[in-house]
Design a protein around this ligand. Sequence first.
Ligand code: 8X3
Length: 250
Amino acid sequence: MKRTALITGATSGIGEATARLFAKNNINLILCGRRKEKLAALKNELDALVSVKTLSFDVGNRDSVNKHLNTLQGTWQHIDILVNNAGGAHGLDLFVDSDVNDWEQMIDFNVKGLLYVSKVIVPWMVNRKKGQIINISSIAGKQTYGKGMVYCASKSGVEAISKGMRLELVPHGIRVSNIAPGAVETEFSMVRFKGDENKAKSVYNNFDPLVAQDIADSIMYCVNVPSHVQIADMTIFPAAQSDATTIHRQ
Ligand code: 8X3
């Protein structure tokens, strides 16, 4: 039987690449994101392969999350795979110089948004006694770096949530995978640097960064392992990276 996946942050980067890969692998899709036109374009592209539903909302807005996810009825509630991917970094500044609005966004999206979405979907998985949750964390969740304190804190939060979910959900037949990428060239740095293209590009200068497809492939691996296997944690770097702040550029 075809599985169904719900992906947050499906309009770009890792979420979009995962949507395409899941469709190719015959997994029905519920695509969530803020940009309606991008969701519609993706649905249009993937409709020929699988059933696709789109929901446009902001994961950081609890009422909106509840309202939109609760429009899912019948078999659309039979979600086999939840990919908690929405989130991002805002700013790269010393704490004393950082903007409180940036903190709020990172905590609202990366931590609270993931929790709001999961609060609706997980009970449906518990009822069916099956499901897989893939939480997209970051190397920043495992290693704190200067100027990234709040982003790192938000991703440490994701790491803690993945561990907590696993403790509570394994008895219900639900597997939880935490994926922590290093440097992936997506819109990530454009968002972090608020549209400053030069700054964003310089993050990926003089080495081969990961691309969204690399992480989509890892997610695909996690959801394709046999049912007795649970990938608890994956950290994925480009070949040139050795920790959060060490990249061999040439
Ligand atoms: C993205 C990786 O190293 O910029 O989460 O924090 S990093």
